[in-house]
Design a protein around this ligand. Structure first.
Ligand SMILES: Nc1ncnc2c1ncn2[C@@H]1O[C@H](COP(=O)(O)OP(=O)(O)OP(=O)(O)O)[C@@H](O)[C@H]1O
Ligand SMILES: [Mg+2]
Length: 380
């Protein structure tokens, strides 16, 4: 009973109804306010199991590593990608520092728990992530870590590629421009001198043609425009074709070419692509083996298919180069390769073409020479 003999509860209800209908804000006695909060708390508790299920489902559906951290900074739920970040494979109950071992991330989580959203780049294990920490209304934090390791690696490859390609293009372009200018400012008038400069132009132009052709080939293979038609191939004619193509080069260097591909051996592949692969390998063997050497093209049934190989008795390649040999523009001795007209794309093309034929490529090399091999499936 109030001082004025009215019912305070009825009074409060009326005041609230008026507020909800657009009236002034109801001023409630403290005890009623307290009661209101308790009701809310009870409702919240009743709803929590359902909310937990929904939140778990949402986390599980995210493609990134995601977790909900409680007010105490410990993981309440995590999806499997987030679990996988922790050494033990489970993140429940752990702190951000315990899961990721990242001080930056632990610090950012603390700030997020205090109400400030954070976005940062972090490294966890060997992978890099973009982490987003979002404070939630109830004082918890939602952590989402997007793995961008592959995207960064691709970006680095692209940057390297552009840098390498521009560098390779610059040399011949500079030489051509220089020779043309020398001709224009006077050398044209002296036929003996002029010939030398025109030869420079021709040589470097040829290099540009090769380079652009190789780059085009690579991009055609990668974009699938180089249509690969797999068939059951007879290997001996392919080998004969390849060796015929390089006979003259070999003769000039007094090199012996051996064909050890058996007459009846077959493999699954694309004739044109396989020829290109073998031409590139034989071309290398001839180029990097000193005069008078021997290059052997062989094939034999092997584990998981048919193995074709190109073997030389040249200087061999030091072991630490082998892993990178098939990368674009990778050359053991860039100066020497360039001298021989190389662009460092030959083996990259080989690798792509072999993969397009569902095969595998590799190299063994020692002081006695190098052996590049290609494995193709035995039948289509
Ligand atoms: N048979 C080999 N013996 C020794 N070194 C080799 C042999 N084959 C390849 N190499 C090394 O591997 C590097 C890469 O070969 P790749 O065929 O990709 O490029 P390249 O021959 O320099 O140029 P390109 O083939 O584009 O004209 C070469 O520069 C060379 O250093
Ligand atoms: Mg080559």
């Amino acid at each position: 009973m109030s001082l004025f003999g009215r019912d305070p509860l009825a009074e409060a209800i009326r005041a609230l109804q008026q507020e909800l209908e657009g009236g002034p804000i109801a001023v409630l006695p403290p005890a009623l306010d307290e009661l209101g909060s308790l009701f809310l708390e009870r409702e919240e508790r009743a709803r929590r199991p359902l909310r937990d299920v929904v939140e778990r489902e949402i986390l599980a559906g995210l493609p990134d590593a995601a977790a909900l951290l409680g007010k105490d900074g410990r993981v309440r739920f995590a999806n499997s990608a987030f679990d996988a970040l922790s050494a033990g494979g489970r993140a429940d109950g752990l702190t951000m520092l315990e899961v990721t071992r990242s001080g930056d991330l632990a610090h950012a989580t603390k700030l997020a728990l205090a109400g400030t959203a954070r976005r940062l780049e972090v490294t966890v294990g060997r992978r890099s992530f973009v982490a987003q920490l979002t404070p939630l209304l109830r004082g918890e934090v939602m952590a989402v870590l997007r793995d961008d390791t592959d995207a960064r690696r691709l970006e680095a490859i692209r940057r390297d590629f552009v840098a390498n390609a521009s560098h390779e293009l610059r040399t011949p372009v500079t030489a051509i421009a220089g020779a043309a200018e020398t001709l224009l400012v006077g050398a044209l008038a002296d036929p003996a001198q002029a010939r030398g400069f025109v030869e420079i132009v021709a040589r470097h132009a040829e290099r540009l043609v090769r380079l652009t052709q190789d780059l085009l080939d690579l991009s055609r293979i990668e974009t699938g425009q180089w249509a690969i038609e797999i068939a059951d191939l007879e290997l001996r004619p392919v080998a004969e074709h390849v060796l015929a193509y390089v006979t003259e080069t070999a003769a000039r260097k007094r090199m012996e070419l051996r064909n050890q591909v058996p007459a009846d051996l077959r493999a699954s592949g694309d004739a044109r692509a396989l020829e290109q692969v073998l031409v590139n390998l034989v071309d290398n063997a001839l180029k990097y083996t000193p005069e008078g050497g021997t290059v052997t093209l062989a094939a034999a049934p092997g584990e998981g298919g048919v193995i074709l190989s190109v073997q030389d008795d040249g200087p061999g390649i030091e072991r630490h180069h082998l892993a990178r040999l098939f990368e674009r523009f990778y050359r053991v001795d860039a100066g020497r390769s360039r001298e021989l007209g190389g662009t460092g794309l030959g083996l990259a093309i080989v690798k792509h073409l072999v993969q397009a034929q569902h095969g595998e490529v590799g190299v063994e090399s020692g002081s006695g020479g190098s052996r590049f091999w290609v494995r193709l499936p035995a039948r289509p």
